[in-house]
Design a protein around this ligand. Structure first.
Ligand code: GRF
Length: 193
């Protein structure tokens, strides 16, 4: 059994895709969601899916406390893998050093291109022929960890930016659950050794 924690900040469409995938999974479980914006729609999605959700305040004054709470929640829930799904914060060095399980992120661009914010927009306004997503491990430097999977599609600018954004999200919702599930299977087979 692999226990999954998801960290998110906003809409949570990737969270939902993951929740759907793991809903009837007897081997693995999404144990909790942590979100850092009080009004994040992802918290409603968690409620609807009966997944415990915890709001943590990472503002400057509360950061140290929230970092410790984060680690405590991971330990108490015996978390095996941490999945960032639109989490708009950089995990602190303290957190990264104290977490001994894999942390995975999804980025809506073909890294190492377009690290950081507004990646789809920047790719759309480039001269690139293809656009895509990257699923990668998290390290201290943003959007720079080892790449697990990349998927791309032809960039059809004539469709307009909005449609391209939708196409990218579709790609994310297909491949993020697929990768996380595979990683869980690998973790489980290691546990069974
Ligand atoms: C996704 O595009 C993801 O790649 C990026 O943030 C976005 C989150 O979308 N890291 P959602 O909240 O999952 O709908």
């Amino acid at each position: 059994m692999a226990n999954i924690a998801i960290l998110a900040s906003g809409n949570g469409s990737n969270f939902e895709a993951l929740a759907d995938t793991f809903d009837n999974d007897k081997e693995n479980e999404i144990r909790l969601l942590i979100y850092d914006r009080k009004k994040a729609f992802v918290s409603q999605r968690a409620r609807r899916n009966n997944i415990p959700a915890y709001y943590l305040n990472f503002s400057k004054e509360k950061k140290d406390m929230s970092d410790s709470t984060l680690i405590k929640l991971f330990n108490e829930n015996k978390i095996d893998i941490i999945v960032l799904a639109g989490f708009m914060r950089i995990l602190s060095k303290f957190v990264l050093e104290n977490i001994k399980v894999p942390i995975v992120n999804i980025h809506p661009a073909l890294l190492p291109k377009y690290k950081g914010l507004n990646a789809i927009e920047r790719a759309f306004h480039s001269t690139d022929q293809r656009i895509g997503i990257t699923i990668h491990y998290v390290v201290e430097e943003v959007d720079s960890g080892e790449i697990i999977l990349q998927k791309s599609i032809k960039l059809r600018r004539s469709k307009g930016l909005e449609q391209v954004i939708k196409d990218i999200h579709k790609l994310e919702h297909k491949w993020y659950p697929y990768v996380i599930k595979k990683l869980c299977v690998n973790l489980n087979s290691r546990k069974n050794l």
